[in-house]
Ligand binder design. Sequence first.
Ligand SMILES: [Zn+2]
Ligand SMILES: [Zn+2]
Length: 352
Amino acid sequence: MAHIRTQVFDGPGRPLRLVEHTGGVELAPGEALVALRLATICGSDLHSFDGVRETAAPCVLGHEGIGHVVQQNDRVDCEDGDRVTWSIADTCGHCAPCTRHDLPEKCVQLFKYGHAALDDGTGLNGCFATHVVVRRGTHMVRIPKGLSDAAAAPANCALATAVNAVSQISVPPRVAVVQGGGLLGLYTCALLREAGAESVLCIEPAPARQALAERFGATPIDGGDLDRATEEVLQRVGPADVVLEMAGVRAVLTQGMRLLRNGGFYGLVGLVHPDSDLPIRAEDVIRRCLTLRGVHNYAPRHLDAAVAFLSRNATRLPFDELVSPPFPLTELAAAFDAARERTWARVGVVST
Ligand SMILES: [Zn+2]
Ligand SMILES: [Zn+2]
């Protein structure tokens, strides 16, 4: 039997607990035991760890990751030894959100890896561990050989969410503006270019992220002064067909509204916290015929598209440079400290 350990989170401000799991794991039909190869710390993990976001505790945090299937019970989409990623959400496949609404990410029986309580199922529910149990209703995707662990690890949260956001735009835009050059923003720049956008501009205050945005296909705009950045975009390319908010900061909303042309599309993706009041008049939305669309997580097809996108662009785009050299699982607290410094788009954690 595999030697299983988890880093248990007991709540903000409390030390992490490395727990050894003695005894085996009973897999129910449809479940797979995956040995993690690399996990990455998503912004929402950091928010949970720091107490900015409410999370069931105790729990095992971590939802971005990849691993090897070591055991599975009656799954048709994987075999022992496969290197895989899996959807962040486990869903029932039958409820209205799963079927009629095309929003499985809002399933009435939703289970999210890295957010579920320790007493839910086997307890192997998160990626900051040596192993995770992938459930029956979770979409699993094999990772092609040419992709590194670092490139593939953030696919099942950040990249698949970016794929979902870009998929909401029906026609390739002439001008697309991405607000924020974090991981979501960088992926989105590259996805927009691939989707045929003529001009992609990324508004971001940090110089290092501006440089990365350029490498991911965008024209970087210094977002240190939001008003000046707005003027610069309008002068360079005129009003935007599409603005995608990936910054997570409320101050950018006014800018986004100013940048849009009549009939424009505003995708809201990053502001997933309560400090997100919209400074918007309904009259503006109506008179300017705007579309506002919220995007939270994604459906299985977006994860398939995310892995295919990585595969197509593995040698062209510097995916590996987005992830730090990995921290060992035993040093998860230090890994969180490194994530807080924001030097890397993602900090990696390995289970060995
Ligand atoms: Zn995430
Ligand atoms: Zn459902």
